[in-house]
Design a protein around this ligand. Structure first.
Ligand code: 13P
Length: 250
């Protein structure tokens, strides 16, 4: 049985005080969520320590939104994987399209990041997804396949088992335009096949999340798809009620 996950990517939103309040509200709502659905929240770096405290004693996982591609040292402005662990994280998002697009993250950098995250005990939530132009040109399967191969094929099976994949079509992020359940399912199935080509039956164990304008009104249909194992939620994760409602859609 694959793990079902609903993860909230808060992106660059909330002050520390607002973030702690949001985390507490998610913690209060999490009591209603069935035990087989894992909740994860990914606040900004500055919030990690107090948010870890706010969700202590709950089953909610804590994730960062990024980590450095270097272990430590003179890399001003960067945050290393072992720092995230020491702040209370068990996960980190890596390769989000906003990082690829606005901060020039390449597959080569992501290989380093994914490896360092895993070496330090974090599970990466590794994001892939095509942009609008690529989708319109019918290249979405190829783009996503390349992103998966370029980074995840460099891992051992043991390390691959720790990875969570998130498919986030760039054209659906923050646009209110969700991929249809059919569009999402066919890419998820493709990703699982690409993982199977290298890692065999392990592919059946890998959680693949959908992200992109996922909300309470469309989560049920998406989560009902055989290869969709949950969601990576942006905007709707900033409201505890909506985030919990999405988790209750399973
Ligand atoms: P939205 O849910 O706001 O579209 O964001 C999705 C996302 O990028 C999550 O990482």
């Amino acid at each position: 049985m694959r793990k079902k996950i609903v993860a909230g990517n808060w992106k660059m939103n909330t002050t520390v005080a607002e973030g702690v309040e949001l985390a507490k509200a998610v913690a209060a709502g999490s009591a209603k969520v069935p035990a087989d659905v894992k909740l994860i929240i990914a606040p900004p770096f500055t919030h990690l320590v107090p948010v870890a405290e706010a969700i202590k004693g709950t089953a909610i996982g804590l994730s960062a939104q990024n980590c450095a591609d270097k272990e430590k040292g003179a890399y001003t402005g960067e945050v290393a994987a072992d720092m995230l662990v020491s702040a209370g994280c068990q996960y980190t998002i890596l390769g989000h399209s906003e990082r690829r697009q606005y901060y020039g993250e390449t597959d080569a950098k992501l290989v380093e990041k994914v490896k360092l995250a895993i070496a330090n005990g974090l599970s990466p939530i590794f994001c892939v997804g095509e942009n609008l132009e690529e989708r319109e040109a019918g290249r979405h399967f190829d783009v996503v396949t390349e992103q998966v191969k370029n980074v995840l094929y460099t891992l051992s099976a043991e390390d691959m088992a720790k990875v969570i994949i998130a498919y986030e079509p760039v054209w659906a992020i923050g646009t209110g335009k969700t991929a249809t359940a059919e569009q999402a399912q066919e890419i998820h199935a493709c990703i699982r096949k690409v993982i199977a080509e290298k890692f065999g039956a392990l592919s059946e164990e890998i959680t693949i999340l959908y992200g992109g304008s996922c909300k309470p009104s469309n989560a049920k249909e998406l989560f009902a798809c055989p290869d969709i194992d949950g969601g990576l939620i942006g905007g709707a994760a900033l409201k505890a009620d909506d985030f919990i409602a999405i988790a209750l859609s399973y």
